[in-house]
Design a protein around this ligand. Structure first.
Ligand SMILES: [Zn+2]
Length: 157
């Protein structure tokens, strides 16, 4: 296969299927817990701004990854659950090679008023549309049904 041929069979790469034991527990941490508690109650995202370099992290961090300084509570801010599509792809098959009922648009979204991006599903009637630079907003579960997880972000539109 050359790079000019379109890859549509995810199983054609050298791989093997099987089970791998992975016993570990991943915790959200203090910042993650606050982010998800916020998401459960509000229609915005929680972020934090580095007091030195002014970089805004979403989800929030307690330390700046560039300056290595503490980010105090007073530097935590709410940002709109909106953003701009940076890149996207359209999936027509799932990870097991089975055709999806509908194409799924997966995008990297630059979150407004932050220096961060997140992956999200874009709900669109026209998956072939050029989405570069498209403004999108998160559609969240109804507040009464939120769990405080990423699943509370249903999709972007
Ligand atoms: Zn910084």
């Amino acid at each position: 296969m050359t790079f000019l041929e379109k890859q549509s069979d995810p199983t054609s790469f050298m791989h093997w299927r099987g089970d791998m034991q992975a016993d570990y527990l991943y915790t959200n941490g203090v910042a993650g817990n606050r982010f998800f508690a916020h998401l459960k109650k509000k229609d915005t995202f929680l972020a934090s701004r580095c007091p030195q370099c002014k970089k805004v992290f979403m989800p929030p961090r307690m330390f700046c990854e560039d300056c290595f300084c503490d980010i105090p509570d007073k530097a935590w801010i709410e940002v709109p659950a909106r953003g701009t599509v940076r890149v996207w792809t359209v999936a027509t098959i799932n990870a097991h090679g089975k055709k999806l009922k509908e194409p799924k648009v997966i995008a990297l979204i630059d979150i407004d008023k932050t220096d961060s991006a997140m992956l999200g599903i874009i709900k669109t009637k026209n998956p072939d549309k050029d989405l570069f630079g498209q403004k999108v907003k998160a559609v969240l579960r109804p507040k009464k049904k939120r769990e405080g997880t990423l699943k509370d972000i249903l999709y972007f539109e």
